[in-house]
Design a protein around this ligand. Sequence first.
Ligand SMILES: [Ca+2]
Ligand SMILES: [Ca+2]
Ligand SMILES: [Ca+2]
Ligand SMILES: [Ca+2]
Length: 276
Amino acid sequence: MAVGLLLILIWMFICLVWQPLIVVSEGCTSEQFTCANGQCIPKIWKCDGDADCRDGSDEISCPPITCSPRQFSCASTNLCIPSGWRCDGEDDCGDNSDEELDESDPNNGCSPTPAPFTCPANYFQCLGTERCILVTQLCDNIVQCPQDGSDEGAHCRDENVCANAGCEKHCRIGPLGPVCFCDNGYKAGPDGKSCVDVNECVEIVGVCEQMCINNIGNYECSCAPGYQLVGQDCDIVVEEEPKLVIANSINIMTLLLNGTDFISDYVPTEGLLGTP
Ligand SMILES: [Ca+2]
Ligand SMILES: [Ca+2]
Ligand SMILES: [Ca+2]
Ligand SMILES: [Ca+2]
């Protein structure tokens, strides 16, 4: 009797637990795959590299697939997407791997997010714009930020702002508070108050044409052998004015390139030009 009661309880348990699943799968035929959301799709679409279920569940727990050369292999969702969908601003993989920078393959990766615009050392960036003005142009009674006039305004009257700013060298009043700045060749450090050297060789693109040596407070340009420094450029050293050499069967003549100044002629040694 006790065994019979136990069997009845087990049957009731099975019915309670499995009934919802049985109901969901009833909508799909034996030729179909049941998505996790109850959607039915052809079985052959399971694990084919395309997300056919609206929830993508037909591509979960699939063996690794090999995408064609014209496709991009998503990192974790086991999908192959057209390579043209790479770096197009939309998450087509579902894990955003088609929109991420590939450090190992810079030619095939998305462009890195451009760094936010910043002004060079000792310049102030007009609020909300990419316009840079000298820090010394803050509160000089002349508007240099034409869009919002943020370099001038009522804040300029608060002289205590700079008195309490703790700047190592210089200070001007900006619209958002004190702005510390430094002598040429230096810039405000990470604390915004101290002054540190500007590494011009790294921070200023093309500061020297060839070689650059950074010094504390300044920098030096230099040139490779055969070149001479002219300003910050390197000009090739011309040790002798170029000449045009003209030869005939009798002698060799040299002329300046402008064709005017005859320099010299040479009587060839015997056999130099061949004997007729
Ligand atoms: Ca599929
Ligand atoms: Ca994409
Ligand atoms: Ca100004
Ligand atoms: Ca420097």
